[in-house]
Design a binder for this molecule. Structure first.
Ligand code: ZN
Ligand code: ZN
Length: 368
């Protein structure tokens, strides 16, 4: 099987996060046919391992692809259209898995490198707690000196033949926020009898969005106060999202959210609860790896664009917390359309580009 055939096979049979059973089987069979050692990881993922012909096998490079699909009904008219109604590879993870397979296939045949090459086909990128956190919990690289973890993501804002790299802070952490205000409801005309939950929540929302800076997003998108023109409710709730680019800033805003809650409690004599559902950490690229990849890619004839950081989240952030890491974007052309839509269709011509960059980067680091 070649990588384009694998891509189409995965595209035809997409599976939701943490349900990638068939996907896991398909990938393990394809690897086994190449004589590449592999085992399940994180439930429905696959960990592949290839030892190079030379050198110290404790030194390792890890290549990572995510493999899950989304709850979307595909509208594309293609021969390999999704046969799993209501589920679609609408984020390009089929492409990521195919490219990782292509790289392992090529390097498995050559084995002309030093050290150990790992490939992670990772489940559940699209859903908390993120498959990356489950992979790391199994400590698959214990005893290895991991020189780099490298991942790529398709991107329709870049043309085929282009990659985008952002040295340093690249993608944001992503936390869900929920706020609850409890007070004493009652007749809206009897101001002295009520502890005004609605005004307290309004104040809390204003304080919350005042925490926005160029380095952090704090937004509230849902506020529910089910009183009436003349009824103050006992309870008001709100929901929002918070995104930051580094761990310190994240902790600083958590503390401010809690301080605001306390201030509002005291001012309005209500009870305020802030519930933070921690999502993925920010993706921070190793600066040296980023610049090395720029040189390696240019050497392969791939156009390199330096990207600005983006307020999107990726569970690849868990790897960047543990190891020197690089996550770059691979151009699939504007015609691919928007990711997470029913018509997203990346150009397969990008597969050869992604494979050449990933393969060359792995060899570059392993043979250093
Ligand atoms: Zn996605
Ligand atoms: Zn994705």
């Amino acid at each position: 099987m070649n990588s384009i055939e694998l891509r189409r096979e995965l595209h035809r049979h997409p599976e939701l996060s943490f349900e990638e059973h068939r996907t896991q089987r398909t990938i393990m069979e394809a690897l086994a046919a190449e004589g590449i050692a592999c085992s399940p990881i994180a439930g429905t993922g696959v960990l592949a391992k290839i030892e190079g012909a030379r050198g110290n096998h404790r030194r390792a490079v890890v290549l990572r692809a995510d493999i899950d699909a989304l709850p979307i009904t595909e509208q594309n008219i293609v021969a390999f259209r999704s046969e799993n109604e209501g589920v679609m590879h609408a984020c390009g993870h089929d492409m990521h898995a195919a490219m990782l397979f292509g790289v392992l296939q090529a390097l498995g045949r050559e084995r002309d490198f030093e050290g150990t090459l790992f490939g992670i086909f990772q489940p559940g990128e699209e859903l908390n707690p993120g498959g990356a956190s489950l992979v790391l919990k199994e400590r698959p690289f214990e005893g290895y000196d991991v020189a780099a973890i490298i991942g790529q993501h398709v991107d329709a804002r870049l043309e085929v033949g282009e990659i985008g790299i952002c040295p340093g802070m690249f993608m944001a952490s992503n936390d869900e926020l929920r706020f609850y205000v409890r007070g004493r409801g009652g007749h809206a005309a009897r101001r002295g009898d009520v502890k005004d939950t609605v005004t307290a929540m309004c104040d809390l929302v204003v304080r919350t969005t005042a925490l926005n800076t160029p380095d952090a997003v704090v937004s509230v998108g849902r506020v529910i106060a089910e009183g009436a023109t003349n009824v103050i409710p006992d309870r008001v709730s709100a929901e929002g999202t918070m995104r930051t680019f580094d761990a310190e800033e994240r902790e600083r805003i958590y503390a401010l959210l809690r301080a605001n809650a306390k201030a509002v409690e005291e001012r309005y004599e209500v009870e305020v609860e802030v519930d933070i559902n921690r999502g993925y950490p920010s993706v921070v690229n190793d600066v040296m790896l980023a610049y090395e990849a720029m040189i390696v890619a240019a050497d392969e004839g791939v156009a390199v664009r330096e990207l600005q950081r983006i307020p999107m989240a990726e569970d690849f952030g868990y790897y960047t917390e543990c190891y020197p890491s690089l996550f770059y974007r691979l151009g699939v052309g504007a015609a691919a359309g928007g990711s997470h839509t029913s018509t997203f269709l990346p150009d397969e011509a990008a597969i050869a580009v992604g494979e050449s960059v990933m393969r060359r980067m792995a060899l570059h680091i392993l043979n250093k």
